[in-house]
Design a protein around this ligand. Structure first.
Ligand SMILES: Cc1cc2nc3c(=O)[nH]c(=O)nc-3n(C[C@H](O)[C@H](O)[C@H](O)COP(=O)(O)O)c2cc1C
Length: 343
């Protein structure tokens, strides 16, 4: 299972995908504890970083953290992206990733994200400039093309190789498709067959079984999970168990859901403080309890909460009603009170 991208070695091939406003430091820590071998930050503006914009710099991973983290940059200027990459390396990033898939109009209007798929000579300049500034691995994350008539992922594989990039992630949908059609895993297979770089597959991995399915059906070296990990970081542990040959992976019981949720909220509190962490806490907490009987009313209450302690209180009372042993549980598992490493 272990494999490497450039100089960075990974214990397993299951990664957390970058998601804006989702893959913040607390969520990355939880996923790393569950076994995600690499996590990627939300996309970070290269311009903002170079200008020294504080909210942008705050997106960089803290030095003390659980596992390898890639910082994902977006931008369209070779000089600015190269300088931003240098800053990331100096600040302790393990890898730097270039975003070439973001379809959001605000980003593509500035020539960044998926817009780069329409200007491959510029991409060569950008990647060469970034490569020159970095001694840590450089990766790119792409969609298959600007539109389904303009697939460029195979050309991108060649450009990435020529520019000294260490790995390429493919989300096999065109920019114009948004999420409308299913991800075309056969394009990942094509890229893995044609490109000698490590290929990371991404898109529509919904279950731990899908991780094995994507690895086997495409020949990619690693799988990146996005939406299916939100409120469900256990997917990493379960996928690793399946890859290690266990037929039915361990599902979390209510007690474990409560402990991980509590640990996650504590991490949010420590990282942001009670006020700034509110949005992250609401988003993640709602997803952990989604689907549990009686959770709709609690989720509505979470949305109305004014601070983090209020959120923690309503969740604690909801979960301890459902499982009385939770109310008397010791400290959360992440800080080692009770259990072994879930990864
Ligand atoms: C809320 C959200 C935010 C995202 N933000 C980013 C981002 O900042 N950078 C990026 O490369 N992809 C981003 N993506 C795309 C995901 O990384 C991933 O490519 C896509 O969701 C497909 O994978 P999935 O089916 O496992 O979710 C985002 C997706 C979602 C749902």
């Amino acid at each position: 299972m272990p494999f490497a991208i450039g100089s960075v070695r990974f214990l397993n091939p299951v990664f957390l995908a970058p998601m804006t406003r989702v893959t913040d430091h607390p969520f990355r820590e939880i996923c790393a504890a569950m076994g995600a071998a690499l996590s990627v930050t939300e996309m970070v503006s290269a311009e903002g970083l170079v200008r020294g914009n504080k909210p942008t710099r705050d997106l960089l991973p803290p030095l003390k953290r659980g596992g390898p983290v890639a910082v994902q940059l977006f931008g369209a200027s070779p000089g600015v992206l190269a300088e931003a990459a240098r800053i990331c390396q100096e600040e302790g990033a393990d890898l730097v990733d270039l975003n070439m898939g973001c379809p959001v109009p605000k980003v593509v209007r500035r020539g960044a994200g998926a817009a780069l798929l329409r200007d491959l000579p510029l991409v060569s300049d950008i990647l060469s400039a970034m490569r020159k500034k970095l001694s840590i691995p450089l990766t790119v994350k792409i969609r298959s093309g600007w539109s389904s008539q303009e697939n460029v992922f195979l050309q991108m594989g060649k450009i990435a190789l020529d520019c000294g990039v260490d790995a390429i992630t493919l989300h096999p949908r065109a920019r114009s498709q948004g999420y409308a059609q299913p991800a075309r895993w056969e394009l990942i297979r094509l890229l893995a067959e044609c490109c000698s770089l490590p290929v990371i597959g991404n898109g529509d991995v919904r279950s731990p079984q899908d991780v094995l399915g994507m690895l086997e059906s495409t020949g990619c070296q690693a799988v990146m999970i996005g939406r299916a990990a939100v409120g469900n970081p256990w997917i990493f542990r379960q996928a690793i168990q399946i890859l290690s040959g266990r037929f039915s992976p361990q599902k979390p019981d209510l007690l474990e859901i409560g402990r991980v949720l509590e640990a996650h909220l504590q991490c949010i509190l420590d990282h942001y403080g009670p006020q700034r962490g509110l949005a992250s806490a609401k988003l993640h907490a709602s997803r952990y309890i989604k689907g549990l009987e009686g959770s709709a009313a609690v989720r509505a209450a979470l949305n109305r909460s004014k601070n983090l302690p209020q959120i923690i209180d309503s969740l604690r009372s909801f979960l301890s009603q459902k499982s009385p042993s939770l109310g008397s549980s010791p400290r959360p598992f992440l800080w080692g009170a009770d259990s072994s490493n879930p990864g």
